[in-house]
Design a protein around this ligand. Structure first.
Ligand code: RB5
Length: 147
């Protein structure tokens, strides 16, 4: 079971990131914090690209990213080959992101869900497997074929 979790957020997700790091560590995970390291305003690609690159390289199987809406973080991560970042706002969406989409990054909207909801989504995301089967050929069609 994977116990090392990379996490990254801009200022819009900073407070929630700190909360999630505490919960992850309490639960026995080792956390790799890609920043940001203060509530000061930053540009989300500056912290999301490094985490997504690490996922793309296979350094970690799963990761967590946050920004205010979750969208900027998710859009940035999904530019990376092999990355499937899923914007999630409730537990069932987080579960389906793993079961049906084999999402490898959970993207959270730091300003639009509670810390408690975010932690529930993290627990489900980290503990749910991909169902494969009919979903496998679908995710294989997500990335356009190179010409
Ligand atoms: C920052 O104010 C905010 O724009 C950012 O966190 C995010 O929501 C962008 O998608």
């Amino acid at each position: 079971m994977n116990r090392i979790i990379p996490i990254a957020s801009d200022h819009g997700g900073f407070e929630m990131k700190q909360f999630l790091i505490g919960k992850l560590e309490e639960t026995g995970y080792e956390v790799v914090d890609f920043g940001t390291h203060s509530p000061d305003s930053i540009d989300y690609p500056d912290v999301i690209h490094p985490l997504a690159t690490a996922i793309e390289r296979g350094e970690y199987p799963l990761g967590i990213i946050l920004c205010g809406s979750g969208n900027g973080a998710q859009m940035t991560a999904n530019h990376h080959h092999g990355v499937r970042a899923a914007l999630c706002w409730n537990v069932e969406i987080a579960r389906l992101a793993r079961q049906h989409n084999d999402a490898n990054i959970l993207a959270l909207p730091g300003r639009f869900v509670s810390n408690e909801m975010a932690w529930e989504m993290v627990e489900v995301f980290l503990n749910t497997g991909f169902e494969g089967g009919r979903h496998k050929k679908r995710i294989e069609k997500i990335e356009p074929k190179e010409n």
